[in-house]
Design a protein around this ligand. Structure first.
Ligand code: MG
Length: 258
């Protein structure tokens, strides 16, 4: 799996074999296929010596609302006839272990655990059957949402866009059967969401076709594919984790705005 890390002030990508405590250093650009393409070096580092960062730095995070059947039911919403899109700015992204800041403007902060797709190469107007060629891999995401602002505003920009509202990580798994992955969200160790990507209304390839019919996705851009049922509140001091089969767990803590 691909990770991004900081060590001695330098930021690099590395390759971690699942569940191993060592990381192979990658040189070159993980999004390139020419002479700048990534090369796995022989250098191995203990993962404990690295500060893990969000595994990519998207220019934008494109999100899909109400894309799980079980979540549509809990929200009392009809299944959308076409993918419902919104955007989180790049400044929402944080890495594993980083703080989620509880804004003073909200009184109802919610978590939404989600499968995230990381884009490999520039994608404009692609068809669903070509989508696989444009996917670098998959990671875990938390679509942090100020639910009261979402309801009050009628559109979602403010509710979804506070700094730190998009934890991503811990790693990018390149190959996964993304139509059948267990996804579990815990708050303070207690299971709140336990579902499967099987529940998605629009599958990943259809989402990429629909999004790229509107906007170009760039290398490193991220698509959040919607949340299953069980969304709920976060409070300062809470520890939230999202685990997706085949990827791993991202854990973040909620802190008050200082
Ligand atoms: Mg969401």
């Amino acid at each position: 799996m691909i990770i991004r890390y900081e060590r001695n002030g330098k930021v690099k990508h590395g390759w971690q074999v699942a569940n191993e405590k060592k990381v192979r250093v990658i040189e070159g650009d993980i999004y390139k296929q020419d002479e700048r393409k990534p090369v796995m070096t022989g250098l191995e580092l203990p993962i404990d010596e690295l500060r893990l960062l969000a595994p990519c730095t998207p220019s934008k995070v494109v999100c899909i609302g109400v894309n799980y059947k079980d979540h549509a039911i809990e929200m009392g919403k009809e299944l959308p006839a076409e993918p419902l899109m919104f955007i989180k700015p790049s400044t929402t992204v944080v890495g594993p272990g980083e703080a989620i800041v509880y804004p003073s403007l909200t009184e109802n902060l919610h978590y939404e655990g989600e499968l995230a797709v990381v884009i490999k190469k520039t994608a404009t107007r692609i068809r669903a059957d070509e989508a696989e060629d444009y996917i670098l891999g998959f990671t875990c995401a938390i679509d942090v949402t100020a639910r009261d602002l979402q309801q009050r505003d009628g559109q979602w920009t403010r509710a979804k866009s506070f700094d730190t509202f998009c934890p991503l990580g811990p790693a990018i798994a390149p190959k996964l059967d993304y139509n059948n992955l267990r996804i579990v969200t815990k708050v303070n160790g207690e299971v709140r969401q336990d579902s499967n990507t099987k529940q998605m209304v629009f599958k990943v390839p259809e989402l990429l076709e629909a999004i790229t019919a509107v906007m170009t996705l760039l290398p490193g851009d991220v698509v959040l594919t919607g949340t299953p049922s069980g969304v709920g509140q976060l409070h300062p001091g809470d520890e939230i984790s999202v685990t997706i089969e085949g990827i791993g767990t991202i854990t973040n803590r909620v802190v008050t705005e200082s």
